[in-house]
Design a binder for this molecule. Sequence first.
Ligand SMILES: NC(=O)c1ccc[n+]([C@@H]2O[C@H](COP(=O)([O-])OP(=O)(O)OC[C@H]3O[C@@H](n4cnc5c(N)ncnc54)[C@H](O)[C@@H]3O)[C@@H](O)[C@H]2O)c1
Length: 269
Amino acid sequence: MKGPKLSLPFPDISRNLFDLSGCVSAVTGAGRGIGLALSKGLAYAGSDLVLVDLNAGHLEGAAEEIRAIGRKASTVHADVTAQDTPERIVRAALDMGGGIDVLINNAGIMGYADIIGITDEEWDRMYGVNLRAPMRIMRAVLAEMVAAGRGSVINIGSSWSSRASVFNQDGGGVDYCSAKAALQSLSRAAAQDAAPHGVRVNAIAPGAVDTPMHAHHRDYLFEYEKYIPLGRMEVAEDLVGPAVFLASEAGAYVTGQTIHVNGGLLMVD
Ligand SMILES: NC(=O)c1ccc[n+]([C@@H]2O[C@H](COP(=O)([O-])OP(=O)(O)OC[C@H]3O[C@@H](n4cnc5c(N)ncnc54)[C@H](O)[C@@H]3O)[C@@H](O)[C@H]2O)c1
């Protein structure tokens, strides 16, 4: 990969390692759910935000929340699968001044397909939103980060990358589970390319999070609360600490990893 090869500085622990003051972060799917919580968490840590979402109303609401925290917010009203979305995100970040420090590829859709019933169209839609789009956005953003010699990319995977989905009443979720596993693998391989340039790529794999994504089967979702070792359903805010850690100096020596955040769900059958 073209760009300066850097030697990593040693940490200065006299500073607040989680401070994101002066940073610009882009978050996709920022209008609600996990993306909104992550955007607010980054803003509370000091970052300005580029918010990306398909839903114009949610996007404006999110921007107001970021401004109420005292940070700048710029919006990109876009489908992540659109051809020009990566370029629009990069431009919006650069227009805020100073470059792009953090990208969170969060926008995603759920799938419930079974292997016999899935159509080619369902498969392509899932892989378009949950894998191809984050790859294209990451590619465009990494080019800027590598040239600047700094940056952190976080891709939102899933516990369902490591198991068949128990939450799918209709099918195993072959589309969703496999696309999230691929996204986590993509993160690891891209991390190797970016590492010599001082840029990090990681993934966060949430468990089952009580967000609007599950609104249509919330009762069903909560039936699984008793299986969560830490004893309560996961909320979007549970992902903020790990995201700020990976985004900031605190995570400066962490790359190519998937951090599983699921209340212990994956350690038991
Ligand atoms: N909720 C969970 O249980 C859970 C668990 C593991 C992983 N995840 C992952 O976390 C991410 C966020 O999930 P959530 O529960 O907050 O979902 P959500 O449906 O509540 O919110 C998703 C947001 O992304 C936006 N979005 C969807 N498709 C888009 C597109 N093509 N272009 C632009 N924006 C788009 C939506 O408008 C919405 O604002 C997803 O990648 C999801 O797969 C969720």
